[in-house]
Design a binder for this molecule. Structure first.
Ligand SMILES: [Fe+2]
Length: 269
C-alpha cells in the first residue's frame, strides 16, 4: 500500500532535485562527487553530523511552529539514552574529581502552558567538558561524565551543579569538515547545555540552552541558536552563596524556565 505522506514528500524532493540539476547544469562528474560524499559521510560515521549541521534546526523550527510555551531545539549527534540517575537533591552532574571549568548552577522551573507547576519531570542533561568533548564520544573521558538524569520537586523547581561548557568545534577532519571548509565556514558551536525533558503531561521534549554574550551565538555552524533558548546568567561572587553551594570559588548562576502544553494540543484551545 502506498503511504501518502511518503509519496508527497519524496516525489516533491525528486522534482526539486531534478530541477536543481537542470538549473545549475550539474555535470555527471559533479553528481558522482555528491553521491561519493554521502557514502564517505556514512562510512566515517558522520551521516547524522552532516544532516544535523545543515538541516536539523530547520526541521525543529517546523515542530515549534504554532506551539504554545517553550520551543524545542536540535538534539545533535551526541545524545546517549540511559544516563544514570543522579543522587539528590541537591544534584551534582557526574564529573571527575578534578573536572576543569567554572562551576555552574543551572536551575529553573517547569510548568504547564497555564503556569501550573509540574512535579517529577525527568531532566536528562548532557554537555561538553572544558575541552569541548563528550563522554562516550571522545576518547579518554570516564563513562557518563557530564551526563545524568534528575527530577523537578513538588513545585516544579529543579537545580543541578555542573561546570560551564565552552564553545567547541564539531569534528572537522572528516567529510563534513571538508564540505564546511569548501564553503569557507568555521566549525564552532556556541557554548550550550543539552536537555531532554520527559513527563506524562507533555511527553518528551528536546532543548539546548545558550549563554548570553557567548562567542559564536550569531554564527553557530549548525544555525540553531534562537533568542528564546538563551539562559539568564549572573556571576556569583558572594562568599555566603558560594559556601551554600559547597564551592570554593565564584560560580555562574544560570536560570531557565520551561512551560509546555501537551503534545498535540491545539494552540489557543
Ligand atoms: Fe553539543
Amino acid at each position: 500500500m502506498t503511504n501518502d505522506r511518503v509519496l508527497t514528500v519524496v516525489e516533491e524532493l525528486e522534482r526539486t532535485l531534478v530541477e536543481f540539476i537542470r538549473t545549475h547544469r550539474i555535470t555527471h562528474a559533479e553528481y558522482r562527487s555528491a553521491t561519493d560524499l554521502l557514502v564517505a559521510e556514512v562510512q566515517a560515521g558522520e551521516g547524522s553530523l552532516l544532516f544535523d549541521v545543515f538541516l536539523e534546526a530547520a526541521a525543529t523550527d517546523m515542530d515549534n511552529h504554532g506551539r504554545e510555551g517553550s520551543i524545542e531545539a536540535i538534539e545533535g549527534p551526541f545524545y546517549l539514552p540511559g544516563a544514570p540517575w543522579l543522587d539528590g537533591p541537591p544534584y551534582v552532574l557526574t564529573q571527575r574529581p578534578d573536572e576543569a571549568g567554572i562551576p555552574l548552577v543551572f536551575h529553573g522551573r517547569i510548568s504547564t502552558e497555564r503556569g501550573d507547576p509540574l512535579a517529577d519531570v525527568e531532566l536528562d542533561l548532557w554537555q561538553a567538558d572544558t575541552h569541548g568533548q563528550y563522554s562516550q564520544i571522545h576518547p579518554g573521558i570516564p563513562e557518563w561524565n557530564l551526563r545524568g538524569r534528575f527530577r523537578t520537586d513538588g513545585q516544579g523547581h529543579f537545580a543541578v551543579r555542573t561546570i560551564a561548557p565552552p564553545p567547541y568545534e564539531i569534528p572537522k577532519d572528516g567529510p563534513t569538515g571538508t564540505v564546511l571548509s569548501a564553503l569557507g565556514r568555521h566549525f564552532f558551536r556556541p557554548a550550550h547545555l543539552h536537555l531532554k525533558l520527559r513527563h506524562d503531561y507533555f511527553g518528551e521534549r528536546t532543548s539546548q540552552l545558550y549563554f548570553p554574550a557567548g562567542e559564536y551565538l550569531d554564527s553557530d555552524v549548525a544555525n540553531a541558536v534562537r533568542t528564546e533558548l538563551v539562559l539568564e546568567t549572573t556571576l556569583v561572587e558572594d562568599p555566603e552563596r558560594i559556601a551554600h553551594q559547597g564551592l570554593g570559588q565564584a560560580f555562574v548562576d544560570a536560570r531557565y524556565d520551561f512551560a509546555f502544553a501537551p503534545t498535540g494540543a491545539v494552540p489557543g484551545a
